[in-house]
Design a binder for this molecule. Structure first.
Ligand SMILES: [Zn+2]
Length: 467
């Protein structure tokens, strides 16, 4: 009897010790925060404003009324500060009428008078019984599919974009935000950013990267939603889900890359072309990097990438100047084959500074590459090699010069020749390289150590570590 009591007491003490350790770890250990169970993502965020969105039935209205819609395509727009759901415009298929809504429904009360099915400050939709919600920006466009709920509301008067704050409220734009469970979000991100045909260990490495991006985003967001474009990471909803990707995410769920006690700043690209780069190339000045885990890495693992071979592109005389308002392109400095500084002549003859800002659209509109034009010496400007590459992509397509690993040569006849190798900015993990490493028998931890040396893996929110 006494022995039994001692055993019970011993078990209680062990449990108390364990609880104390757990509380200590949760409160004091510099481990990652637990991943949120759900995330909110602003949809179609590459568009500065969404005048309308189309939803295809079947779906259910979750709020402000609860109602199943069995058939039809409906237009969601805003008017007078509220969201309006209505039938397709007359120019589109007449077969999709609002008559599919039950006429006795409160939401359908105003159909006959105003042709609006529903007006609300905020509308929340979802698929029915686990089915997916079908959304598109055009009625005949292939829809994107979404899990969870999607809320629609008038876009606020100011919203952020890649180019800073812009005013969209007066244009009647719709804000669409998808609330979805974190696992589905990560599966979609990996499926949106990587090829499902990549080897399983490469997909696991990408899944860790996606989780790390989410961990960092969740800790620094000022708004209450993520963006679905590459500002954070691409998220195409359930459209991008694949069994291979789902399996990879499940195997490494919650694992985050850390350096010096913090989730790392993650970069990745399609194909480095033989050597990865460091993030300093974005600013055009190579210095002691704030990212010791992002160094140049000789990488021949990406040789099976379709972008590994050198690509030649050219522009006939005058084409570049006509498209960009720039002339006389010259690479001034490079780092390991990636241009750092590019000099250009701004075509400002006979124009005021304001005219240049307006007519030289590509200068000001392409992420504000150039400083304000200096009247005294405004014909010569300098931009980083990275910004010049973005400018080429916006004006001629990113397939024209796919990589920041490029050179430029002006021919005698005035035409421009470009050589490039790889695809993307070359910083961080090389996706095709990760696939090559995986096919050579390397595991995802080795892959991540190769591209992010000195980092370690932790499970978000747990004190146990994966080194
Ligand atoms: Zn590579």
């Amino acid at each position: 009897m006494v022995r039994a009591r001692r055993s019970t007491l011993a078990i209680i003490f062990v449990l108390l010790d364990f609880c104390s350790l757990l509380v200590y770890c949760l409160l004091c250990c510099p481990c990652a925060q637990a991943l949120p169970s759900r995330v909110r993502v602003k949809l179609f965020s590459s568009h500065e404003a969404l005048p309308e969105i189309y939803v295809s039935a079947p779906f259910q209205i979750v709020s402000p009324v609860q109602q199943h819609i069995s058939a039809g395509v409906f237009r969601i727009a805003t008017a007078g500060g509220v969201v309006v759901v209505g039938p397709l415009p007359a120019s589109h298929s007449p077969s999709h009428s609002p008559s599919h809504l039950p006429s006795r429904s409160p939401a359908a009360a105003s159909v006959s008078q105003k042709r609006a099915i529903l007006r609300a400050r905020q509308l929340v939709l979802s698929g029915i019984s686990g089915q997916l919600l079908h959304l598109s920006l055009q009625p005949r466009e292939a829809p994107r599919l979404y899990r969870g709920n999607v809320s629609f509301s008038p876009a606020s008067s100011r919203t952020s974009s890649l180019r800073g704050n812009i005013c969209v409220g007066d244009r009647g734009a719709v804000l669409a935000v998808n609330e979805v469970d974190t696992r589905s979000y990560l599966i979609s991100c990996v499926g949106s950013e990587a090829l499902a045909s990549f080897a399983p260990e490469a997909l696991k490495a990408q899944a860790v990267i996606s989780t790390t991006l989410l961990e960092r985003s969740a800790g620094r967001k000022s708004s209450d939603y993520l963006l679905d474009n590459t500002t954070e990471q691409s998220y195409l909803g359930a459209t991008a889900e694949r069994p291979e990707v789902r399996n990879a995410v499940d195997k490494v769920f919650g694992q985050v890359l850390f350096y010096d006690g913090r989730p790392i700043e993650v970069f990745f690209c399609s194909t480095c072309g033989g050597m990865s780069s460091r993030p300093d190339v974005f600013g055009g000045v190579i210095k002691d990097s704030a990212y010791p885990y992002l160094r140049e890495q000789v990488c021949n693992y990406c040789r099976n990438s379709p972008f590994f071979k050198i690509l030649k592109s050219s522009l006939k005389p005058g084409v570049f100047a006509a498209a960009t308002g720039l002339r006389g392109v010259k690479i001034v400095s490079s780092h390991l084959g990636r241009p750092c500084q590019v000099d250009v002549d701004v075509d400002v003859s006979g124009q005021s500074t304001d005219d240049v800002a307006q007519n030289g659209r590509k200068i000001s509109a392409t992420a504000g590459f150039l400083p304000p034009v200096d009247r005294a010496r405004r014909s010569k400007q300098s931009m980083t090699g990275y910004d010049f590459w973005l400018l080429l992509g916006k004006d001629f397509g990113f397939g024209f010069v796919p990589s920041t690993f490029y050179s430029i040569e002006e021919q005698k006849d005035g035409s421009l020749s470009f050589l490039s190798k790889g695809s993307g900015h070359g910083v961080g993990l090389c996706q095709w390289g990760a696939d090559g490493m995986a096919r050579a028998g390397r595991g995802y931890k080795e892959i991540l150590q190769f591209y992010f040396p000195g980092t370690n893996l932790k499970v978000a929110g747990a004190p146990s570590l994966y080194h």
